[in-house]
Design a protein around this ligand. Structure first.
Ligand SMILES: Cc1cc2nc3c(=O)[nH]c(=O)nc-3n(C[C@H](O)[C@H](O)[C@H](O)COP(=O)(O)O)c2cc1C
Length: 201
């Protein structure tokens, strides 16, 4: 195996959870990797460099049960301007909700993309509670799976891995609610304001 190109598809890549997950992947991966963040302007540059790599790891958050639009746009560019080499595409997707299975549609979309365009599909890690898990005593669950993913990618294996916070739905809602209310308070935003569409502005 050669080298791994890691692409962060989060719209808030420099401050993202995906960036932290990618860093953990690199820490445990026994082969070399380079990390990049997808922006609206660097598609050509990233695609131009893809021939240097045997493997591609897409790290991104689930957005509305799908891929973030920036990642979709990048895939459109890749569709039009792919290089000669077809790296093995692996996936590390995280979602905010507890149920890691919510990521399955996004993974299926990428499988289809790879199938249609001749990219071998590699390993998958689906993380639930992706916004929170690294800040809890259950961080080790995420770290353990990322280490497994890193070794699988390095060894050319293709498992589908997953983990999440081991909380009941009720407890997850309670703690998540408290977390976001306190988070909003830090920025002077009330729980009521967070429940309105204005929060998007
Ligand atoms: C616009 C938007 C849409 C989202 N949609 C979902 C979703 O459909 N399901 C889910 O579980 N989490 C959803 N999330 C939560 C993110 O997946 C989660 O916060 C993730 O940790 C963000 O990762 P990042 O920091 O790498 O961008 C959404 C977040 C945003 C901002």
């Amino acid at each position: 195996m050669g080298k791994i190109m890691i692409l962060n598809g989060s719209p808030r890549a420099p401050k993202s959870n995906s960036k932290r997950y990618a860093a953990l992947f690199r820490r445990y991966c026994p082969v070399g990797s380079d990390y990049f963040e997808i922006t609206a302007r660097n598609h050509a540059e990233l695609i131009g460099r893809m021939d240097e790599y045997s493997d591609l790891l897409l790290v991104f958050p689930l957005y509305a049960d799908s891929l973030p639009v920036g990642l979709l746009d990048f895939l459109k560019s890749l569709e039009l301007h792919a290089g000669k080499r077809r790296p093995v595409v692996s996936v590390l997707v995280n979602c905010g909700f507890r149920e890691y299975r919510q990521n399955e549609t996004a993974v299926a979309m990428l499988r289809l993309f790879c199938h249609r365009h001749g990219y071998p599909f590699g390993a998958v890690l689906m993380l639930g509670s992706g916004e929170a898990i690294l800040e809890t005593p259950f961080r080790f669950l995420a770290v353990r799976k990322i280490r497994q993913l890193a070794r699988a990618v390095a060894n050319g294996q293709h498992p589908v891995l997953h983990t999440t916070l081991p909380l009941t739905a009720g407890l997850f809602c309670l703690t998540a609610n408290r977390y976001w209310v306190l988070y909003g308070r830090r920025y002077g935003v009330s729980a009521e304001q967070m429940r309105t569409p204005d929060i998007e502005a």
